[in-house]
Design a protein around this ligand. Structure first.
Ligand code: PMV
Length: 319
């Protein structure tokens, strides 16, 4: 069997995180420059039926069978084997190399699952179709997040901007001008499951105002989608700011994120907001080539641990 290497990208939620868990639309884009790679190779003379897993970022270096049954990586492997009707674990080594920070709102868990499933299915001679991959990756997300919307696995599998709404067909969206973003890490780790559970509690305590905010976020996502397609940077930035105000009202931001967001806006960003689970993790700023350097400096001065950059190219012709 050959050595197989596959990868998956990180993701950014441009608009609509959290509300998407409650059925509202959300806009997500791939972050193709930040990736996870998975390499699967035969384990010559390894114990038959044993897969060795190595993932430095997850502190794993052990046989698959030694992982807890509810471990998402073990689940990813088992789902692929079941889907392909393979009853004996292949004797192989599976290594994961991730540049995506964990618990930081960038979709690391979904990207690790997708890269693993891509590499393993190709190693077994049957690379999974995107639709199947997406369905299986959603199962692993349930283990990680409890109640995921499915947006992370979907945007990562298709690696294209999407408007996502739970239970509805995926809608691909295309920017009509080049878009430039900076992403800044607050350095605070926060598991998405915790912030999702926190909002669920808030909603039980005060259904009326929480549901109103969620519905409002959904409307902003649709306005933002239109701006994204029309290349209206001002309207897109305004949608990001309006979304952030609602996320902050729902207590999903935090001081460190707020400081980064304010610094980005003051330095010329057209819009800035948290991205992903919130209460830590990363923020996202819409910039232009002219403002990019000033915003980057401002983010670093305001305490960003790391600043990334990603661009989306305009798409003129599409189906
Ligand atoms: O924190 P992340 O990267 O896992 O983003 C999750 C997005 C949420 O809307 C908060 C949860 C979900 O499942 O959609």
């Amino acid at each position: 069997m050959p050595v197989i290497s596959s990868s998956a990208c990180a993701k950014l939620i441009l608009l609509g995180e959290h509300a998407v868990v409650y059925g509202e639309p959300a806009l997500a884009i791939p972050f193709s420059g930040l990736r996870v790679r998975c390499v699967v190779e035969p384990w010559i003379n390894g114990p038959a039926g044993t897969m060795h897993i190595r993932a430095r970022e997850l502190q794993l270096n052990q046989p698959l069978q030694a992982l807890p049954e509810d471990n998402f990586l073990r689940k990813a492997v088992e789902l692929v084997l079941a889907e392909l009707g393979v009853f004996q674990t292949p004797t192989c080594k599976l290594a994961i190399y991730s540049d995506i920070p964990i618990s930081a709102g960038l979709g690391a868990s979904a990207a690790i699952a997708v890269a693993t499933m891509r590499a393993l299915s190709a190693f077994l001679g049957h690379p999974l179709e995107k639709e199947t991959l997406n369905r299986l990756a959603f199962e692993t997300e349930k283990l990680m997040h409890g109640n995921p919307s499915g947006i992370d696995n979907t945007v990562i599998v298709y690696e294209q901007p999407i408007l996502f709404r739970k239970g509805e067909p995926i809608e691909f969206v295309y920017p009509s001008i080049n878009l430039h973003f900076l992403i800044a890490d607050s350095g605070i780790k926060k598991a998405t499951a915790e912030s999702v559970a926190y909002l669920a509690q808030q909603r039980e305590r005060d259904p009326q105002s929480v549901e109103a905010a969620i519905a409002e976020i959904g409307k902003i996502s649709l306005l933002g989608k239109k701006a994204f397609e029309q290349g209206d940077l001002i309207a897109l930035g305004e949608a990001m700011d309006a979304d952030q105000a609602l996320l902050a009202q729902l207590d999903l931001s935090c001081e460190a994120l707020d400081e980064l967001i304010i610094a980005a806006r003051q330095a010329g960003a057209l819009g800035a907001k948290l991205t992903g689970g919130g209460k830590g993790g990363n923020m996202l700023a819409l910039v232009t080539p002219e403002t990019q350097e000033a915003v980057r400096k401002a983010l670093l001065s305001a305490g960003a641990v790391r600043v990334y950059q990603t661009d989306l190219k305009e798409v003129q012709d599409h189906d």
